[in-house]
Design a protein around this ligand. Sequence first.
Ligand SMILES: NC(=O)c1ccc[n+]([C@@H]2O[C@H](COP(=O)([O-])OP(=O)(O)OC[C@H]3O[C@@H](n4cnc5c(N)ncnc54)[C@H](O)[C@@H]3O)[C@@H](O)[C@H]2O)c1
Length: 227
Amino acid sequence: MFKLPDGMTPEHGISANCAAAQSWMGLLRGGVGPGERVVVQGAGGLGLYAVAAAKRMGAGLVVAVDAMADRLAAATALGADATVDVTEIGDAAARVERVRELTGGGADVVLEVAGAPGVVDEGVRMLARGGRYIEMGQITRGSDVFHVPALALLMRNISLVGVALYDPQILRDVVGMLGDLRTDPVITRLGSGHRYALDDIDAAFADAVSNRSAERPVLDLAQGGPA
Ligand SMILES: NC(=O)c1ccc[n+]([C@@H]2O[C@H](COP(=O)([O-])OP(=O)(O)OC[C@H]3O[C@@H](n4cnc5c(N)ncnc54)[C@H](O)[C@@H]3O)[C@@H](O)[C@H]2O)c1
């Protein structure tokens, strides 16, 4: 158990579990070092925290890739140095080229938290020699097979690392990060989505699926629900 820092609300503390801690674990497993170039594929529930965590770990350049403008704007506000909008650069090869340009020859770490199998191929191609590809998104049974470009993997000495389940002590570091960021307008916004009573849980899930913004719906167990 870890005590939330003074001034951190439960809505913001809840993201420490899974979203922020899992991202932190992925970056640790990727060995992100000071000054390194990090690409985050998917600026969603996990990816936005990954951007903040990478900067806190000393990454020199962080690039966020997503298809939603609002999330990319949130990534920038959390410290991303550059963004790639999939709706603007629709071709995977062009996205790889753009990232290799932004990073001056490729990233040291690419963290996959988009969850679409197709992103793995382009993500591996975004890496520089000695790069580490951190695979976290393909966790859904049935869509857990992906294509890896073998020549890029071999010729650039790339490591492919799978990550799930974070170590308990990671929560301490992540709670610290969220505590320091508790007044950050973006972090505050992420935990300030529409509030739903327990009776409205179906609507909360439906809205979460269709939501095109960065903030998450909040299920308030103190409101409504069975007597
Ligand atoms: N390994 C683990 O322990 C672990 C833990 C939690 C979640 N996950 C998985 O991680 C993934 C991300 O979870 P989340 O909650 O952040 O999901 P999310 O839906 O909030 O975020 C995914 C983001 O990826 C973006 N995206 C979609 N296609 C893309 C593309 N081609 N290129 C770049 N971005 C693209 C979406 O616009 C979205 O913003 C999911 O697949 C989830 O199942 C893994």
